[in-house]
Each structure stands twice: as structure tokens, then as C-alpha cells.
Design a protein around this ligand. Structure first.
Ligand SMILES: Cc1cc2nc3c(=O)[nH]c(=O)nc-3n(C[C@H](O)[C@H](O)[C@H](O)COP(=O)(O)OP(=O)(O)OC[C@H]3O[C@@H](n4cnc5c(N)ncnc54)[C@H](O)[C@@H]3O)c2cc1C
Length: 314
């Protein structure tokens, strides 16, 4: 009988796990609380502008991820930005949308808890439950994974050491000229750690010059609980200085990433409780990179398949 698997989180890790399981014959449903797919590989569209305000680019080192990237490139879903920096095209969510093709996805669904009965695992959201899963994979950032697992009576002690740095992001669009030259700038000192001329990425719409600005971890930690408006007001002057704009931006907004970059990883590819039929994966298993999330998701799927073929009793 076809086994049904619920995957919570439609970021790179959850989608990578779902694809391997689907290819092996499982019936996967991927749930995400956001309206879109991709998680921190995010694109914000607003009016005429779009911004990759989360992950900026990715590199591909291992053979499995390189093969996936080659397929996205061939289909026009990814392209080289500069040197070995690859981006989704026309936005950072494009690879996730390509990966989700043919998968059942349920977006706008925040899973609040898990439970198990004789028919298998159930996922509970505010307004609905989804029942009858042989296995559940939680592919959300570690601090969101722990309470979800606990609601189903599962815990992985390895998650206790995981730490993330937050990141406060600005999105700025200019209709007039700016002095900033090149694609991006990484800074060692001051509140800002990274500026990208988003509109210099391949496949972006012609027109305004758009920028994404990331505050460094110290500044982000100090201001993470402030409103986006307050963050914008404090960070924007530093950004305008570095961008060298003649006039005020035509669009400006801030975004808070509470769990942005993994600072301390769990140090193993994934977590799997074969008896419970519950696993966890994500970038936090291996490191602060899109490729780490992909590798963790694929390792998760392999762990599930191996335990099914070993007939571990539930
Ligand atoms: C500002 C920033 C800059 C970055 N820069 C880079 C970079 O340049 N290069 C690079 O390689 N990496 C970068 N990263 C890291 C990269 O984005 C991540 O490593 C990777 O995308 C993580 O994928 P994931 O699937 O593990 O998690 P996520 O992408 O976070 O996916 C988790 C998903 O779970 C969903 N979710 C959470 N809770 C629930 C729930 N209860 N119910 C349903 N859904 C839920 C979320 O909505 C999300 O879609 C950056 C990240 C940020 C934020």
C-alpha cells in the first residue's frame, strides 16, 4: 500500500525530502504556513518591485545539489549572478516552485500540533486536521520544530544546541541614479553586513534599481523586537549613505528574520525516530546554507526509506 507522508515546511529541506520520497513511491503532502513556497529562499513582490529579501544566492558544491542546480538552470529557474553565486530566476522562489511541481502542497496552513492514533499521524491546524499519515517530517527552523515534535510526544536532544543569528533586512527601490557600483558589498564593521543590488540579478524586471540590505548579527539581535517601521527608520540612513542615492527611495520596507542563519548546527544530516515515524530536517542540521538544507532533506528521505525497508515496527 502507498505510504502517506506529511512534510511540514516547504523550504528547501522539506521539498528536497518530499521529492526523494515521492520518487520512491510515497504519497507526500507538504504543508506550509506561508502563502508561497521556498521558506527563507524568499521573494517579496510589491507593485512594480521585487526583492530577494532572504537568502541572497547559493553555491553548489556536492554532486547531488549540483545536479539539481543544473536542472534548474536548464529550465530557466536559476542562473549565475556572479562567479559561483547562483540565484533563482526570475526570483529566489523559482527553484522551490520547480521542486514542488507534481507534489501535493497545502499553503497558508500553520500546523499547530501532531497526534497519533491507530490510523497513523494527524496534523492539526486552527481550522482543520489532516489525518492518516504513516510518517511526519518536520522541516521548520529548530525553535519551531521542538514544540511541534513535543506535541506529538517526540523529542530529539540534538536540537538543544542549535543556535541561529537573526537578520534584519531592508528593501529599497530607487527611480533616480545611485552611486553604488557592482552587484554587492560585504562589510565587516557597522550595522550593515551586506548590500545587494537585487536588480543586477539575472532575469529581473528592467526599471528601478532595487537593493536588499542586511544588518549584521549584532545589530539585528539588538533591534529584533522593534517594529519594521522603527527598524527602517534606524537602518535606512546607513544604507542610503552606502548606496549613494541622490533622492529618497520610491519604496522602502523592513523585514525581520528571527531565525536567519545557523550559528551552531546539530552536526548530523537529519533526525529520525523510526519507531515513532517522525523526523526532523533543515539547514540547522548541517550549516547556514541552502545546500545544507537540500542535503539534510535528502538525507531525511533516505533515513525514512531505509527504515521502511528494514521493517522497523511502529
Ligand atoms: C537573511 C538571510 C540571508 C541568507 N543568505 C543566504 C545565502 O546568501 N546563501 C545561502 O546558501 N543561504 C542563505 N540563507 C540561509 C538559507 O535561506 C537557509 O539555509 C535555507 O533556505 C533553509 O531552508 P530550510 O528548508 O531548512 O528552512 P526554511 O527555508 O526556513 O523553511 C521552513 C519552512 O517552514 C515553514 N513553517 C514553519 N513553521 C511552520 C508550521 N508550524 N506549519 C507550517 N509551516 C511552517 C516556514 O514558513 C518555511 O517556509 C539566508 C537566510 C536568510 C534569512
Amino acid at each position: 500500500m502507498t505510504k502517506r507522508v506529511a512534510i511540514i515546511g516547504a523550504g528547501m529541506a522539506g521539498l528536497a525530502a518530499a521529492r526523494v520520497l515521492r520518487d520512491a513511491g510515497a504519497a507526500c503532502t507538504v504543508f506550509d504556513k506561508s502563502r508561497g513556497l521556498g521558506g527563507r529562499m524568499a521573494t517579496r513582490r510589491t507593485g512594480d518591485f521585487s526583492f530577494d529579501h532572504g537568502a541572497q544566492y547559493f553555491t553548489a558544491r556536492g554532486p547531488r545539489f549540483r545536479a539539481a542546480v543544473d536542472a534548474w538552470r536548464a529550465a530557466g529557474d536559476a542562473a549565475t549572478w556572479f562567479e559561483d553565486a547562483i540565484v533563482g530566476a526570475p526570483g529566489m522562489t523559482a527553484p522551490a516552485r520547480a521542486m514542488a511541481a507534481g507534489l501535493e502542497t497545502v499553503t497558508g496552513c500553520e500546523v499547530k500540533s501532531l497526534s497519533r492514533d491507530a490510523r497513523g499521524w494527524s496534523l492539526h491546524a486552527d481550522d482543520q486536521s489532516h489525518e492518516g499519515f504513516a510518517a511526519v517530517i518536520v522541516a521548520t527552523p529548530a525553535p519551531q520544530t521542538v514544540p511541534l515534535l513535543a506535541s506529538g510526544g517526540v523529542s530529539f536532544p540534538e536540537l538543544a544546541c542549535v543556535r541561529y543569528a537573526p537578520c534584519l533586512a531592508l528593501m529599497l527601490a530607487f527611480n533616480g541614479p545611485v552611486a553604488f557600483a557592482g552587484e554587492s558589498l560585504r562589510l565587516e564593521h557597522g550595522p550593515i553586513a551586506w548590500i545587494a543590488r537585487d536588480s543586477s540579478k539575472p532575469g529581473r524586471a528592467e526599471g528601478a534599481q532595487t537593493f536588499v540590505v542586511h544588518a549584521g548579527p549584532d545589530w539585528s539581535r539588538a533591534h529584533i523586537d522593534e517594529t519594521p517601521e522603527a527598524i527602517l527608520e534606524k537602518l535606512q540612513p546607513f544604507a542610503l549613505d552606502l548606496i549613494g542615492a541622490d533622492s529618497a527611495p520610491g519604496f522602502a520596507a523592513a523585514h525581520r528574520w528571527r531565525y536567519a542563519l545557523v550559528e551552531q548546527a546539530a552536526g548530523l544530516p537529519c533526525l529520525w525516530d523510526a519507531r515513532a515515524g517522525v523526523g526532523a530536517c533543515g539547514d540547522y542540521c548541517l550549516g547556514p546554507r541552502v545546500e545544507a538544507a537540500f542535503d539534510s532533506g535528502e538525507a531525511m528521505a533516505q533515513a525514512v526509506l531505509e527504515s521502511w525497508s528494514a521493517h522497523v515496527p511502529a
